[in-house]
Design a binder for this molecule. Sequence first.
Ligand SMILES: NC(=O)c1ccc[n+]([C@@H]2O[C@H](COP(=O)([O-])OP(=O)(O)OC[C@H]3O[C@@H](n4cnc5c(N)ncnc54)[C@H](OP(=O)(O)O)[C@@H]3O)[C@@H](O)[C@H]2O)c1
Length: 399
Amino acid sequence: MVANKLRIGMFGYGCVGQGLDDVLNNSKGFKADIVKICVKDKSKERRLDMSNFTFNKNDILNDPSINLVVELIDDADEALNIVTTAMEKGKSVITANKKMIANNHKRLIDLQEKKNVSFLYEASACASIPIIRNLEEYYDNELLFSVRGIFNGSTNYILSQMYDNGLSFDEVLKDAQAKGYVESDPSLDIDGYDAKFKLCIITTHAYGLLLEPEEVFNYGIRNINKFDIQFAKEKGFKIKLVPYVGKVEDNTITSYVLPRFISDDRYLYGVDNEFNGVVAEAAFADKQFFYGKGAGGHATGSAVLSDISASSYGYKYEYKKKEQKGVTGYTRDILLEVYLRYRTESDRKRIGFKKITESFVGKDYKYVIGTVSLARLYALRHELLKMDVFLITTGREDL
Ligand SMILES: NC(=O)c1ccc[n+]([C@@H]2O[C@H](COP(=O)([O-])OP(=O)(O)OC[C@H]3O[C@@H](n4cnc5c(N)ncnc54)[C@H](OP(=O)(O)O)[C@@H]3O)[C@@H](O)[C@H]2O)c1
């Protein structure tokens, strides 16, 4: 098949935009013509001549010679405007914006169909790891039991630094913010929203189910402290923030984002700092592990380049599993085994343990391990952040 000639309009020239530019300049086999780059800040110095840039999005959106829009800005609302307008005008789109995709997935897929364009977003989930296209194509006919992983490099960096260097959460967070690993408003990362957006995108390609992010329970690492790390170390575990989606019955799945104890015989144990990892478990392929950089201009740019190349051959996600309707149900009616570090008895009672298997009451540190329903945690999701508790799943479901 001969590649279509691409004329690209790019939005954003930050970390990923510049990374993509470098990757494109070094890819001998593939030439793409970037016609214009739209950015926002008129006072910023740029690495390229200013004739390459515009500050007016319509210079790209209204240019009929541009057939591909690569959207790499950091504003999800404006990204949605750009992406929908571009598709309405018959242009294919590549984006890395997981928040925008997860919150508008159905609308964006419908628009792709209606306008017969490509809408690709490999970089939006785990950056350099090609997980979306693998789930879409390779696992198409496989009985996929579950997908789990480490999808957020910022929280993984914080957890690694706490574990390796004995630092407090606040100390590491400040350091991570100073290094630019975490946004100045860290909530998207540390409360597990970023991981959840990626999980929702992955769920669509793994099981064909479009979930609203609001339906999925996410609990991050905001309340973790040194006692939790000490507990994990004593038991030979690391703590990782792990999004999970998996089958409960043939046609029903569950999903959630929770910190999890990981023992040293697990693939995710060795995924530290800014790295990401994904474990897919399927009937015939058994367990497979994907590992790679989950952030960074070049790593993310390489995934965008792969989409640009795929788009030049007319590749589109077909959402075959959505059409096949193998999975139609979603449930939070499952039991999880969790560790709860708590201060007051009333907080412990509110969690609603069904069964307690281990408990410890020390002078300044109390915990229980027991089973709790995911539905109960979801009902408590707003209050949990204000309670002086920390939750970690032991990784045992179906109890
Ligand atoms: N960084 C990563 O490692 C990574 C990994 C995976 C996915 N992503 C996703 O990739 C996207 C870009 O991230 P980034 O890290 O490259 O962000 P960034 O470094 O903050 O750069 C953002 C860019 O967007 C431009 N921009 C913002 N609002 C704009 C607007 N209204 N119109 C035109 N341009 C606008 C900025 O313009 P100025 O230059 O004028 O300020 C800047 O060039 C985000 O969706 C992010 O979630 C990032």
